[in-house]
Design a protein around this ligand. Structure first.
Ligand SMILES: [Zn+2]
Length: 254
């Protein structure tokens, strides 16, 4: 066995013995704008943790962590302006689940924190998803802004051009008719696998200003429109130390 092979085996063994080595604490801190991606805000079974579900208790700890550590939760308007703010972050929630209304909204009001929710227009008012009434109540609070996540939660890059345009334009129209204000943000279903060089220009042609992806990482501040917006993913079961890593490295694990 060569020294190189032995070194690789030792390194692999270390990662198994010491899981904290898989975390990003030893990477350099990155300054910029962090968009946090969430989905469900709900209780979950500790024995089968769903990575896309964060409990209300943990969400509350996240909001307190942001306040205590000098982060500034921003809205889409502040993102558009790009004016200097201290440690800008944005809370984003994908899909428009009803638990966002029941469990997230009270916390946003309690801590006066803005958030952006990306809606799938065909799902609105169906079981487990928010209704228009709930959406309007959140919008009228001034704390929640809504973006499009397509009409049908489709993988855009697998569709013909005319279907891509329909998903982008129709969902925007529906949201604007119902909300009575411009919808400027779009979020790709299926994240980084959901768009390519053919899809992305269509997002801006449809009139959106921002496109959020699941490319991991920290964004420059002010935001650079030439690049899709990266996000960090706080997961169910993660600790506040993991949250700190999400905010400072753009990801908690390698
Ligand atoms: Zn989604």
């Amino acid at each position: 066995m060569t020294a190189a092979v032995l070194a690789v085996l030792c390194a692999a063994a270390l990662f198994v013995i010491c899981p904290s080595l898989c975390k990003t604490w030893y990477l350099p801190k990155r300054k910029g704008f962090v968009a946090l991606m969430y989905h469900h805000a709900a209780e979950q079974n500790p024995s089968s943790l769903d990575p896309f579900t964060v409990t209300p208790a943990m969400l509350e700890k996240h909001l307190i962590f942001l306040k205590e550590n000098g982060y500034t939760p921003i809205s889409l308007k502040e993102l558009e302006k790009g004016a200097p703010v201290q440690k800008p972050v944005m809370l984003t929630f994908d899909d428009g689940y009803e638990d966002n209304y029941k469990n997230l909204f009270p916390l946003l009001k309690k801590y006066n924190v803005p958030a952006v929710i990306f809606l799938v227009t065909d799902k609105i008012g169906t079981p487990e998803y928010m209704t228009w009434e709930q959406i309007r109540e959140m919008k009228n609070s001034g704390l929640v802004q809504f973006g499009s996540h397509t009409c049908s939660h489709c993988r855009l890059r697998s569709l013909p051009d005319e279907e891509i345009v329909r998903e982008l334009v129709r969902s925007k129209q529906i949201l604007e008719e119902q909300l009575g204000e411009p919808v400027t943000a779009f979020c790709y279903p299926f994240g980084s696998g959901g768009f390519d060089k053919r899809v992305r220009p269509q997002v801006f042609k449809a009139g959106y200003l921002f496109d959020f992806s699941t490319n991991k990482g920290v964004n420059p501040w002010p935001w650079n429109p030439a690049k899709t917006l990266r996000r960090a993913f706080p997961r169910g079961g993660e600790t506040l130390f993991d949250y700190h890593l999400q905010l400072t490295r753009g990801q908690s694990k390698l």
